[in-house]
Design a protein around this ligand. Sequence first.
Ligand SMILES: [Zn+2]
Length: 172
Amino acid sequence: MEYFEICIWAVLGLIAGSFVSVCLDRLPLQFADDEQRSSLLTSPDFSLYLKKHIRKRTLSLATPARSFCFSCGHQLSWFENIPVLSFVLSRGHCRKCNTPIGAGTILTETVHGLVYLGFGWFLNGWIWPLTFSINFSFLWILGRCWSCRQTRKVLYFAGAVLLILNFGVYYY
Ligand SMILES: [Zn+2]
């Protein structure tokens, strides 16, 4: 395999890992039940910006479009959004309020980069590596959101759609 192709898979994995991190941050809040919402709204750890979205139920994977710090609401610039690199450069802290970002983000991004690279390396073509990689990302999200009952229910539906897609690829 060409070095160029290996790099593509690694970069794809890092981007996917970055998206998965957003899912892990936002999905449990998006699908929080009323009891969880009220405890989130009184928590001193969250910014007014985040609380506004929780109160209005406007937090989703798509909105707000830009990633932001949950503690201070600081919206991240493009250079604070580069997988792994931004985390290393900011030493794992928000540039504005200095709150630790948490090792979960860099772990998710790094593991995704390596796993996507691994599937791209060992499996032929592009459709199988991509299918395995997407399944991996889904299982990663499911595993990390397992304790959030509401989110888990939503993920079951996503899992059913993914299963159909898997069969589609298999019989393709
Ligand atoms: Zn912050």
